[in-house]
Write a protein that binds this ligand. Structure first.
Ligand code: LR7
Ligand code: MN
Length: 567
């Protein structure tokens, strides 16, 4: 009896499994309309990497303010959670922890408890593409010296100190002339101490210079105040809540040495405001819309074809503003910043237009990586509550945009009588430097921008945009095993685990199919094929396929399904 029962249920079980399997198969091939080529996965070398983006979510977002965008964050993928360590650092153990966290969010719009617990320094992932690591710094190479200018207003103390500390730790001392801190009249009690001495002692760095503004000036004038004190060959501006990555400075200096009228911009990696997780940003460039808001957008199609292309640099119509290097003399020559711009906003677009129109350039240097805390709101206001972005943008539009300023004014519905102050100095600067007009900029630097009323005959597609601050939260569209046709063998990673992860660079092998983590692949909306949430299928040299750290830059980690016409 028992035997019969068992057999019955086992028969039923088999049937059920078969039905589910069939349904799944049908769903897969008909609904998703794609098939996995199981025998021999192929690298489609002819495909332009960017062409593959066609089924990724294209959301247009801007860099700042970023409040609105975060709410639509894609759900985390399977098994995707913040690294354990960081989670632990966020644990609220007592009232004091809770206070630190809550007041931190209020004053800084990020999780100060985690930041405190991280302390002065931590390891962060090296997010550069592998071609960058091959870039040797030779003994004989003579690079210019940098002065880092960091201005801050009511910055979280530990975060500020870590920003400086990472610069000290990750910059060869012979390339760092000094660090100039400009305290923009902060009024938080913890910053009231003799910051200068305290910081110098704790950071053990003599060339730390400290300026405190007598009144609030805003980041734009503060940067100029700092820059005028600097003596290094190259100015490097940094926000006060950043962590620089390995060899971040050298590629910037190298570019400026070769092209002294180029503003060199690192890739801005993401430091999550809630968890402080550090994740890479994809390679994107800067644009803007007619509201004169900075936007990220994809590189022009075909920019990244072979691994060497990942070294850049890439021309960028604009920059985000906070992090860049520039020859100090050239910065002066170019007219520093507009000193009548207040507090926050617009200066990044202004210096972008000015640089391009007046004979310079802006280039993104992918081998230089600096992480920045992207927060959901700006935690401060201007002293009189004024909309400084509006005033600053009006100034820049009147100086640099010729008749095209009307698109801005219309877009933002700027009141006719809005007072943006006297711009004659900046108009004279434009004349003195004999700068190109805005039509030249649009034609030569940013032909992809849609001009209202004009046909979009320009060759590039409307610029699709990644959301860099979400990039780590991959959107998974599929999961599967890769089974060799007519066999029970599946593509697997068979490698020792290092600190709980498969060893990077491991190649694939065939193994009897099991739904074990080393055989389970997740496909993201960017067409990466991910194993165990961290490793991506990668085409490496010599026609090998391996798994390697996901670099989020597509190219050799972006895959296309091709139907096997014989089956
Ligand atoms: O009144 C102020 N005085 C200051 O000294 C206001 C701010 N600041 C300091 C502040 O402490 C910080 O160190 O200035 C720096 C920038 O201010 P944030 O961090 O509030 O600005 P943000 O990161 O939101 O804004 C981006 O756009 C700004 C436009 O004015 C500046 O150019 C910022 O430097 C810029 N930041 C970046 O580009 C980093 C990447 C973000 C992106 C995209
Ligand atoms: Mn910032």
């Amino acid at each position: 009896q028992i035997k019969r029962l068992l057999c019955k249920s086992c028969g039923l079980g088999t049937l059920l499994v078969a039905v589910v399997w069939l349904l799944a198969l049908l769903f897969y091939s008909h609904i998703l309309g794609r098939s996995i080529q199981s025998a021999g996965w192929r690298i489609d070398r002819n495909a332009t990497p960017r062409a593959e983006l066609s089924y990724s979510a294209r959301v247009t977002t801007r860099c700042t303010p970023i409040a609105a965008q975060n709410s639509s964050a894609p759900k985390a993928g399977p098994g995707e959670s913040e690294p354990e360590q960081l989670e632990l650092l966020g644990v609220v153990r007592n009232k004091q922890d809770k206070y630190i966290r809550d007041i931190g969010y209020k004053h800084h719009a990020f999780n100060a408890l985690v930041s405190n617990n991280i302390g002065l320094y931590r390891e962060i992932p090296d997010t550069r593409h592998k071609v960058c690591q091959r870039e040797e710094t030779s003994e004989t190479e003579q690079l210019p010296q940098a002065s880092v200018v960091m201005c801050f207003y009511n910055e979280h103390k530990m975060t500020l100190m870590r920003s400086i500390k990472t610069v000290l730790e990750r910059t060869p001392s012979h390339l760092l002339r000094e660090i100039i801190l400009v305290d923009d009249h902060s009024d938080l009690p913890e910053l009231e101490f003799h910051l200068h001495g305290d910081l110098r002692a704790r950071l053990k760095y003599d060339n730390l210079r400290y300026i405190k503004n007598e009144q609030r000036e805003g980041l734009i004038r503060s940067r100029v105040i700092g820059a005028r004190e600097a003596v290094g060959d190259v100015l490097v501006f940094l926000d006060s809540h950043i962590e620089v990555n390995q060899q971040w400075l050298e590629p910037l200096l190298r570019l400026i040495q070769a092209e002294n009228a180029t503003l060199a911009v690192p890739v801005i990696d993401l430091i999550n405001a809630d968890t402080f997780e550090y994740t890479p940003s994809p390679l994107v460039r800067g644009g803007f819309n007619w509201g004169l808001h900075f936007r990220w957008e994809n590189l022009p199609e075909g920019t990244l074809k072979v691994p060497e292309d990942f070294r850049g640099p890439f021309r960028s119509p604009t920059m985000a503003g906070g992090l860049f290097a520039v020859n100090r003399k050239y910065f002066q020559h170019l007219g520093e910043y507009d000193m009548a711009m207040d507090i926050w906003g617009g200066e990044n677009i202004e210096i972008s237009f000015r640089a391009w129109q007046c004979g310079g350039a802006i280039k993104i240097v992918p081998c230089s990586r600096v992480g920045h805390i992207f927060r959901k709101r700006r935690p401060y206001t201007s002293p009189d509550g004024a909309n400084t972005m509006l005033k600053n943008s009006l100034r820049l539009s009147h100086v640099w945009m010729d008749q095209y300023k009307e698109y801005y004014i219309k877009h933002e519905k700027v009141p006719k009588d809005f007072d943006y102050g006297d711009i004659s100095d900046r108009v004279n600067l434009r004349k003195r430097l004999q700068c190109h007009d805005f039509a030249w900029y649009l034609k030569n630097v940013y032909p992809e921008l849609h001009v209202p009323g004009e046909e979009s005959a320009k060759k590039s597609a409307p610029a699709p945009v990644f959301q860099p601050w979400h990039s780590r939260k991959r959107n998974y569209v599929d999961s599967y095993q890769m089974r060799l046709a007519e066999t029970e063998l599946c593509a697997a990673v068979v490698a020792p685990k290092v600190k709980g992860f498969w060893k990077k660079g491991s190649s694939l092998q065939l193994q009897p199919c099991r739904r074990t983590p080393n055989q389970l692949w997740y496909e993201t909306e960017k067409a990466e094929i991910v194993l165990d949430k961290l490793l991506c299928l990668e085409a490496s040299g010599d026609a090998q396929v391996t798994v390697n750290k996901c670099h989020e830059m597509l190219g050799d980690q972006q895959w296309r399904h091709t139907r096997n016409s014989n089956s």
